[in-house]
Structures are given as C-alpha cells and as structure tokens.
Design a protein around this ligand. Structure first.
Ligand SMILES: [Zn+2]
Ligand SMILES: [Zn+2]
Ligand SMILES: [Zn+2]
Ligand SMILES: [Zn+2]
Length: 311
C-alpha cells in the first residue's frame, strides 16, 4: 500500500489510518495514506464504493461508471465491469476517516466514503446565524446561545404547544422565533411573488435525530374585516442549517394578494409543537458548547491538514 510507516502516535485530522478495524488481528499494523484521492473513482471522482471493477490492464472504475461507459475502460478501451478489484475494495473498507465535522466536536469515524452519508445527519454540522449582517456559525447549541445573547427579542419567543402571534413585516423578509430561553431557532420567511406572498417556516438545526423536530400550524386571517382564514399545517418542520432568500418551490403557505389588502405586515399566528420528547444527549452537546465561542469560521471543507490544533 502506498503509504508511510508512522511510529508517531499522533493522528492528524482528515488523514486516515489503515487497518484500525482490519481483519480483527490482535496486533493491527497501521500507516498513513496521504493521497485520499486514490480512493476516489478516477472517472467520476466520487468515493469508491463496493463493488469496484477493473479492466485487464488494472484500470479501475466504480460500478455506476462501468454501466455509463457501457463496460469500456476509458483509459484503454478494454472491457471493464466483469472483474472486481478485490484488493481495492479491501483498501477502501480498511481506510478509516473522521467525520468532516471532527473539528466541531464530532468523534465518529467511518470507512472511506461513508462519512459523507453520515455528514448529512451529523449533529455537529455548522448552522449559521439568521440575524442580518451576522457572520456567526457554530454547532446548533452554540448558535442558539449566541442568538439569545446577541439578538434575542422577548416578543419573538415561543413555547411549544402555545399559539403565538408572528407578525412579519413583508419588507423585513424574515422573522426569527426562539423557543423559550435559549432554545431552537425558527425562521419564518416571506417571499413576495406575482401570485402573492409565500410564507415558509424552517427550524435552524442539523438534520440529526432528536434535534429541532417540530410540527407547526400557521394561520393568517385577512385584515379586511372578513372571517377568511388561511391555515397551513406541517407534520414535520423542515430543518435548515442556513436561511436562504431564494423563493421556495414547495412547503409554503401562499397568501394571495387579495388576502393582503394594503397591509405591509403579515399578522399570522403560529403554533409549534415538539414531535416527541427531545432526547437527552447532553454529553455530546456539552463538548460542543465549550468550543462555541471560538466557532466563527467558514465551513471550508478542503483537504488541508490542520493538525496541531490541540495537544
Ligand atoms: Zn465512478
Ligand atoms: Zn483499462
Ligand atoms: Zn459527525
Ligand atoms: Zn448572530
């Protein structure tokens, strides 16, 4: 295996160790692989996953590339797709990489490629402050505390199960609600379009289990004295890590112009409910909380070796 024997016990972020879970040998040998790109399909550049195929000349490709290329090797035109590259499959399985959010506190490790699946539901994924002109980002708990400390407004506090007024000035485009004290943030946004105003409700949270799982009911009564009411219910509030000001294609309540009249403020009511009792995951969260203040960084997910951060 291309690599370098390492006697140092220090591990570097984003550098995998080989053989940590390999074979179950009592004494597993390990090394360092510097070019993780070797483990990506040379055709599509995605992480190689089993099965991996090779042509008679030893060129490799992932299974989806083999079928796209109609089993013709892109390097030498020999057939590819009949023979597996067993050794490459073993290597890919034996290389263990940390979660891309390791620098934010996640301690999970995965065989190469699987960390990207986990990343989508990692509770340490960065969330961004929804306040205008604020560049803070951090793990969700840190963000909630940051928001409470810096942007909190008692008027915009919600308690689960209680109906509250959500008055959103259309020109503001966003209203951020925060659960009592330093709880989760809910962004109520509006988008003025030709047919009317689209209203969305999203929780700012990673898509991890037990975090920011709410249902909600939103209602709007026309201010023109009528009794017409629009309501929108969602069994599961969408979770986002960062607010977007792009008009949504689904998951919104449409307030048509004739319902708005001359009003520049949407006077809505919202009732937010917890989907289930939030699980106690405080051990994991506490670690994250400690780092919260130093967390104003961009999520540049490049391959640099930022070792020596601690220790
Ligand atoms: Zn491929
Ligand atoms: Zn070939
Ligand atoms: Zn993670
Ligand atoms: Zn902020």
């Amino acid at each position: 295996m291309a690599g370098e024997a390492s006697t140092s016990r220090r591990k570097r972020q984003r550098v995998p160790s080989i053989g940590e879970n390999g074979g179950g040998d009592a004494v597993a040998r390990s090394g360092t692989l510097f070019e993780l790109d070797l483990l990506d399909c040379p055709v599509c550049c995605h992480a190689l996953t089993i099965p991996i195929f090779q042509c008679d000349n030893g060129h490799i490709a992932c299974s989806s590339c083999c079928s796209k290329l109609r089993n013709k090797c892109p390097s030498c035109a020999l057939p590819i797709g009949n023979y597996r590259s067993r050794i490459m499959e073993r290597v890919v399985e034996a290389v263990i990489v940390p979660c891309p959010n390791a620098k934010h506190g996640c301690t999970e490790k995965f065989s190469y490629g699987k960390e990207l699946v986990h990343e989508k539901e990692c509770r340490f994924a960065l969330c961004y402050c929804p306040a205008p002109n604020c560049n803070y980002s951090g793990v969700y708990k840190g963000l909630y505390r940051h928001y409470y400390a810096n942007h909190h407004d008692t008027w915009n506090e919600f308690g689960c199960g209680n109906s509250i007024g959500a008055w959103l000035r259309i020109s503001d485009k966003i209203l951020v609600l925060q659960e009592y004290r330093d709880g989760p943030l809910v962004a109520v946004q509006c988008f003025k379009e030709r047919e009317g105003v689209y209203v969305t409700v999203n929780c700012i949270a990673p898509s991890a289990t037990g975090v920011g799982e709410f249902s909600y009911e939103l209602s709007y009564r026309t201010p023109m004295g009528g009794s017409d009411t629009l309501t929108y219910k969602s069994e599961e509030m969408n979770r986002i890590q960062k607010v977007s000001f792009q008009t949504p294609e689904k998951g919104f309540m449409l307030v048509p112009h004739y319902f708005l009249g001359e009003w520049s403020t949407l006077k809505m009511e919202i009732c937010i409910r917890k989907l289930k009792k939030e699980e106690q995951q405080d051990e994991a969260d506490d670690e994250a909380d400690e780092e919260e203040d130093g967390e104003e960084e961009e999520d540049d997910d490049d391959e640099e070796d930022d070792d020596d951060e601690e220790e």
